[in-house]
Design a binder for this molecule. Structure first.
Ligand code: NAD
Ligand code: WQD
Length: 338
C-alpha cells in the first residue's frame, strides 16, 4: 500500500519512512524542505534499499496534492508536515497557524475528494493542560496551551475529530508524541536542528562535540528528585514503529482515535546528561540556569492504551537513546551538510 507522508524528509518523517518500507509499505513523500534536506531521503533509500517518490513542495499547494493523487494510488496518509519551534511560534503566531492549520485542511479536502479518508496526525503531549496529574492518559484534560505551536496541535486534532464525526467513512488517528530523541542505529539519519537547538538532546550532543560551550540546565528547584525537569524521552525509531502500528489500526477502524506515544518513564535533565556521558565516554559541561518560561516540572505518558489497542510499546531504553544520538552526531557533525 502507498502511504502519503507529508513532511517525510524531516526528523520523525525520515525515520518513519524506514519503518514503513521495512514493514512492506511504500512511502510517497511531499516536503517543502523548509526545515530539512532531501539527503535524508537518499539515506533512507541507502538504509532500506527501497525507492521513495519525492515531491518537493508545500502541502498547502492543492494543485500539487491533486497531482500526487493523480500519479499514485494512495491508501492512507501520515501528516508530519508542520512548523514546530515553540519560541518561534510565540514570535510568529500567524505563520504557525497559517502553515500548520492550512496544510491540515488542504490535505483533508483533497483526501476527501479522492475518497482516501484514512489519516494519521502528528500531535503532541503539548496539547495536555499543565494542571493534570501524571502520568498523562488520553482522557487527561487538554487545552490551556502556553504557545501558538501547542494551539495548532490542539486545533489540528479538533479539526480531524470533527471531520471524522461528520463523515463516518473517515478514520483518523491523533498520535500524541512525548519527547522524541535518538537516531537510526546506522547513524545515517537523525535530527539536525537549524541554529541553536531548543531541545535538550541536540543541545547535549552539540555540547559534547564542542559546538556549544556548555549546556544550560533550566532550573534545579523543581519538585522532582534532583530538582531538574522530568520528561518522557522516546527513541525516534520506537516512535516511527508506532506509526506502522497506527496504520494497521487505521485500516480496521473508523472514527477518531487518540494515542500517547511515550515510554511511561520520566528522566530528569541531569539523568540524561549523566547517561549521555557514561554511555558515550564524553563530557557534557553544564551550568544551572534560571527556569525557562512555560516549562512544566514533570511530564510523562501512560502508554497503556497504545500497548493494549495498538499492540505497540517502546522497546529502546535511555542508553539506546544516548548511544544512537551520539553515533549520528559524531558521524554527521554538520547534519546532512557533511
Ligand atoms: P521536522 O521539522 O524535522 O519535520 C517536519 C517536516 O515538515 C520538515 O521536513 C519540513 O520541511 C516539512 N514542512 C513543514 N511545513 C510544511 C509544509 N507546509 N509543506 C510541506 N512540508 C512542510 O520536525 P519533526 O520533529 O520531524 O516533527 C514532525 C511532526 O511531529 C511535526 O508536525 C511536529 O510538530 C510533530 N511533533 C514533533 C515533536 C518533536 O519534539 N520533534 C514532538 C511532538 C510532535
Ligand atoms: C526538555 C527538558 C527543559 C534545553 C518540547 C516542546 C513540545 C514537544 C517536544 C513538539 C526541559 C530542559 C532543555 C536546554 C534544558 N515538541 N532543557 N536545557 O520542552 O519538554 O518539549 O519538545 O511538539 O511541544 O515544548 O522539550 O527538549 O525543550 O526540554 O535544561 O538547553 O530539558 O527545561 O525540562 P520540552 P525540551
Amino acid at each position: 500500500m502507498n502511504v502519503l507522508v507529508t513532511g517525510g524528509a524531516g526528523y520523525i518523517g525520515s525515520h518513519t519512512c524506514v519503518e514503513l518500507i521495512e514493514a512492506g509499505y511504500q512511502p510517497i513523500v511531499i516536503d517543502n524542505l523548509c526545515n530539512s534536506s532531501a539527503k535524508s531521503l537518499q539515506r533512507v533509500q541507502q538504509i532500506t534499499g527501497g525507492q521513495i517518490p519525492f515531491y518537493q513542495g508545500d502541502v498547502r499547494d492543492e494543485a500539487l496534492l491533486n497531482r500526487i493523487f493523480d500519479e499514485n494510488t494512495i491508501g492512507c496518509a501520515i501528516h508530519f508536515a508542520g512548523l514546530k519551534a515553540v519560541g518561534e511560534s510565540v514570535e510568529k503566531p500567524l505563520e504557525y497557524y497559517e502553515n500548520n492549520l492550512c496544510a491540515t485542511m488542504t490535505l483533508c479536502r483533497v483526501m476527501a475528494k479522492r475518497g482516501v479518508k484514512k489519516l494519521i496526525f502528528s500531535s503532541s503531549a503539548t496539547v495536555y493542560s499543565g494542571d493534570n496529574e501524571m502520568p498523562l492518559r488520553e482522557t487527561s484534560k487538554t487545552g490551556n496551551c502556553t504557545n501558538p505551536y501547542g494551539w495548532t496541535k490542539y486545533m489540528g486534532e479538533q479539526i480531524l475529530r470533527d471531520i471524522a464525526k461528520a463523515d463516518p467513512a473517515w478514520s483518523v488517528v491523533n498520535l500524541r508524541y512525548f519527547n522524541p530523541v535518538g537516531a537510526h542505529e546506522s547513524g545515517l539519519i537523525g535530527e539536525h536542528p537549524n541554529g541553536i537547538p531548543n531541545n535538550l538532546m541536540p543541545y547535549i550532543s552539540q555540547t559534547a562535540i564542542g559546538k556549544r560551550d556548555h549546556l544550560n540546565v533550566f532550573g534545579n528547584d523543581y519538585p522532582t528528585p534532583d530538582g531538574t525537569g522530568v520528561r518522557d524521552y522516546i527513541h525516534v525509531v520506537d516512535l516511527a514503529k508506532g506509526h506502522v502500528a497506527a496504520i494497521e489500526y487505521l485500516m480496521q477502524h473508523t472514527g477518531e482515535g487518540v494515542f500517547n506515544l511515550g515510554t511511561g518513564h520520566g528522566y530528569s535533565v541531569l539523568d540524561m546528561v549523566h547517561a549521555f556521558e557514561s554511555v558515550n565516554g564524553v563530557k557534557v559541561p553544564y551550568v544551572i540556569a534560571p527556569r525557562r518560561a512555560g516549562d512544566l516540572p514533570t511530564c510523562y505518558a501512560d502508554p497503556g492504551k497504545s500497548r493494549e489497542v495498538l499492540g505497540w510499546t517502546a522497546g529502546r531504553d535511555q542508553n539506546d537513546m544516548c548511544r544512537d544520538t551520539w553515533n549520528w552526531q559524531s558521524k554527521n557533525p554538520n547534519g546532512y551538510d557533511d
